[in-house]
Write a new protein. Structure first.
Length: 264
């Protein structure tokens, strides 16, 4: 289905919806520096059984680039507002990295809007405040040039060397997402991540939760995933042979794990 721009109570968002209108809603949330296209394989798989809703996070792709800094109260609130605008009472939610943290925020703060939660390649605390703030400052100072530099270095964080060597077109496509991200939107999300810490709150998550980790992920490690699993009652953990963008590097395993969880 083609893109649409949806105006909500919190802003304007680029959204793509696939699958039957009367099927259960399944929302996908992208990682920092990507767009809803990162979920193409999953949309193709799950639109047979779900109303798949993909959106560009605030500051990314075709969504509103409001002035930063952002917060996860804002980014999570955007999802609630989008559900309201689409008249979706409750949905299954799949988020990766930054999108996974948005899912954790929803699990803590808006559990009544969720059926099930999938948190991939994420953590209750990602990186350090100093690291995120310095990256935000760099991007604001250097603009598009900084985004091109981040695109050049992204494969080392996002994919294993084996994937990069075997599928250079996949890597180049992903680099295009980050190179094309608005510097202000990227910086605003870095500032949200700088202050994002749910370590004291995730034990309150009561919705059924699946944690997905990449065995070679240098950003959010398997150890981070195990912390989530141990804190969230009944959470399951699946480890995939992948780096940080596990849904792209190991799509068959990712989709199988998500499908089994959603059907369970």
């Amino acid at each position: 289905m083609s893109d649409q721009t949806i105006s909500t109570a919190t802003g304007r968002f680029r959204v793509r919806i696939d699958g039957p209108a009367d099927a259960p809603a399944l929302v996908f949330s992208n990682s920092l520096g990507t767009t809803l296209e990162m979920w193409d394989a999953q949309a193709a798989r799950f639109s047979a059984t779900h109303r798949v809703v993909r959106y560009d996070t605030r500051g990314h792709g075709g969504s509103e680039v409001s002035p930063g800094p952002y917060t996860f109260d804002q980014l999570g609130g955007d999802v609630v507002a989008l559900l309201d605008a689409l008249k979706i009472e409750r949905a299954d939610f799949v988020g990766i990295s930054m999108g996974g943290f948005t899912g954790l925020w929803l699990g803590v703060n808006a559990p009544q809007r969720l059926h099930r939660l999938v948190v991939a390649n994420s953590a209750a605390r990602i990186g350090t405040e100093e690291g995120w703030l310095s990256r935000a400052a760099l991007v604001r100072a250097q603009g598009a040039a900084a985004m091109r530099d981040l695109a050049a270095s992204a494969p080392g964080r996002w994919f294993t060397e084996a994937l990069a060597a075997a599928q250079p077109a996949v890597v180049q496509r992903a680099q295009g997402w980050i190179a094309g991200t608005a510097p202000e939107g990227y910086a605003g999300c870095c500032e949200a991540l700088a202050r994002a810490d749910l370590r004291a709150d995730i034990a309150r998550i009561a919705v059924p939760t699946l944690i997905v980790a990449g065995s070679a992920d240098p950003v959010t490690t398997v150890a981070d995933a195990r912390i989530l699993q141990s804190a969230i009652g009944g959470a399951r953990l699946v480890e995939l042979p992948a780096s940080h963008l596990s849904n792209i590097e190991a799509p068959e395993g990712f989709d199988a794990a998500v499908a089994q969880f959603l059907n369970g």
